[in-house]
Design a protein around this ligand. Structure first.
Ligand code: SDX
Length: 451
């Protein structure tokens, strides 16, 4: 059963006539360098791109774009974001529709395969993933090397990378079947490893996955059941977790996805590439923001302290940021944040926590920020991380594991993007250049002459 599009990359630009593209950009220089025509390509939707690949060869000049604010690093057909509209599409489907009409494994199939599964395809895919949820029995020994209070992301970086030591049968990245087997193994085993990281941190025995539970119910049971008490599946809570996974599954060329693509461009195996993505996601400016947002809310403490906190945020010298707010692409409300807030309501109502002080504080803080010129003028809106911590906390997930849940969800997006890159005939090893501002060539002085 194949889950990946055949290796022909659907939107490859290869072979496109560079001289006859629909339109072009002409770059001229005031220093007398010869001007250069560069083709402009249109996507299905979204900004056009100027193909600058011939720039250095023709002019000896690089472009300069730290943070890649204006750079398309690849062409892709997986996820589209319209930051101004606050729109997110997975393979063309709006996230709002997927979050309501699909479950996470259907979304995984869509991201990997380009189309939603029919009933038979879904059944086969779910069975395949379910039958790969166990990890090699020796994996448990890696955990013993960690301190019990190690951050779960450090454990995941280590154990996911270590998976490659068990699967020499599926590491040929040029074999589409090997890529597919590795993808299934990663999607299936991340929940098991995340739950193991949690159990290890609380000193409880690892819980094996069960094949009679759904993906998200299986994870909740591996997290919360123990030898003394079976976990009772709560469908509302399981559905909430499943929706959290859908909302985090992919997001175009964000920092961690770009990390996975760059690692993969060297030919590194998929397990190592996903471990690199996990490492990047850990940063508080990226996936670590959900943990930081909840910590921020706890530090603010109460609604009457919001004014003082916002004052600190506006003071550039404070270095304080409103975590869970702002986004490189969204200059409107992150559609995932709206869905996350709805999920918050559902979970807190189910648990009788409607008056949860943190949720009330978050909504009050959001209201203040959305009415404050400082945030409005900078187009800072809540992003996916603002509410996700509150939901996860209500589900019983410890703060330190929030980014691990994000990694568990994003694994499918990373692996779909990685596969798209590997199967793109245009792909080369990623190797950016630089503007060198260091010392020009100089001779080594003898010791006596050194300052
Ligand atoms: C994720 O890329 C993705 O798609 C990521 C992600 C995904 O699904 O993969 O969506 C997941 O990472 C969401 C973002 C989570 N991070 C946070 O919530 C951390 C807080 N946010 C900021 O660190 C920041 O908003 C970023 C990093 C998210 C975006 O930063 P940018 O695009 O580089 O913008 P910037 O730092 O240049 O900010 C522009 C202005 C600056 O002020 P001025 O210099 O113009 O006066 O806005 C200010 C910033 O100081 N600003 C904030 C702020 N975010 C930006 N001020 C206070 N609080 C904030 N959160």
């Amino acid at each position: 059963m194949r889950f990946f599009l055949q290796s022909t990359h659907p939107s490859s630009l290869e072979g496109r006539d560079m001289t006859n593209s629909e339109s072009k950009a002409t770059l001229s220089f005031s220093d007398g360098s010869p001007s250069l025509d560069m083709p402009i390509y249109k996507g299905t939707i979204g900004p056009d791109v100027i193909d600058i690949r011939k720039l250095y060869g023709a002019t000896g000049k690089f472009t300069y774009d730290p943070g890649f604010m204006s750079t398309a690093a690849c062409n892709s057909s997986i996820t589209y974001i319209d930051g101004d509209k606050g729109e997110l599409l997975y393979r063309g489907y709006p996230i709002e529709q997927l979050a309501v009409n699909c479950d996470f494994l259907e979304t995984c199939y869509l991201l990997m395969n380009g189309e939603l599964p029919n009933a038979e395809q879904k059944k086969k895919f779910v069975t395949t993933v379910t039958n790969h949820t166990m990890v090699h029995e020796q994996m448990q020994f890696f955990f013993r090397g960690f301190r019990r209070d190690a951050h779960p992301m450090s454990v995941l970086v280590g154990t996911v990378g270590a998976l490659s030591s068990f699967y020499h049968d599926s590491l040929d990245i040029n074999d589409p079947h090997h890529r597919e087997v590795s993808a299934i193994r990663l999607i299936a085993k991340l929940p098991t490893l995340v739950a193991m990281a949690y159990k290890y941190s609380v000193g409880q025995p690892f819980v094996y996955p069960r094949n009679d539970l759904s993906y998200s119910a299986n994870f909740m049971r591996m997290m919360f059941s123990n030898p003394c008490e079976e976990y009772k599946v709560n469908d509302v809570l399981v559905r909430a977790l499943d929706r959290i996974l859908i909302l985090h599954a992919d997001h175009e060329q964000n920092a961690s996805t770009s990390t996975v693509r760059l690692a993969g461009s060297s030919g590194a195996n998929p397990f190592a590439c996903i471990a690199a993505g996990i490492a990047c996601l850990w940063g508080p400016a990226h996936g670590g923001a959900n943990e930081a947002a909840l910590t921020m809310l706890r530090e603010i403490g109460s609604v009457d302290k919001i004014g003082e906190f916002v004052k600190q945020v506006k003071d550039k010298n404070s270095g304080v940021k409103l975590m869970g707010f702002g986004h490189r692409v969204y200059k409107n409300y992150d559609p995932r944040a709206k869905l996350m807030r709805e999920t918050c309501h559902e979970v807190l109502n189910e648990l009788g926590l409607q008056d949860d002080p943190l949720f009330k504080l978050a909504m009050a803080l959001e209201k203040v920020a959305l009415e404050d010129e400082y945030f409005v003028s900078r187009k800072l809106y809540p992003n996916v991380d603002f509410y996700s911590g509150i939901v996860q906390s209500a589900l019983g997930i410890p703060v330190s594991l929030f980014t691990g849940i994000f990694a568990m969800a994003r694994t499918v997006g990373w692996i779909a993007q990685w596969n798209e890159m590997i199967s793109d005939p245009e792909q080369k090893i990623g190797r950016p250049r630089q503007l060198f501002v260091g010392s020009a060539k100089r001779d080594v002085p003898p010791m006596a002459q050194r300052g």
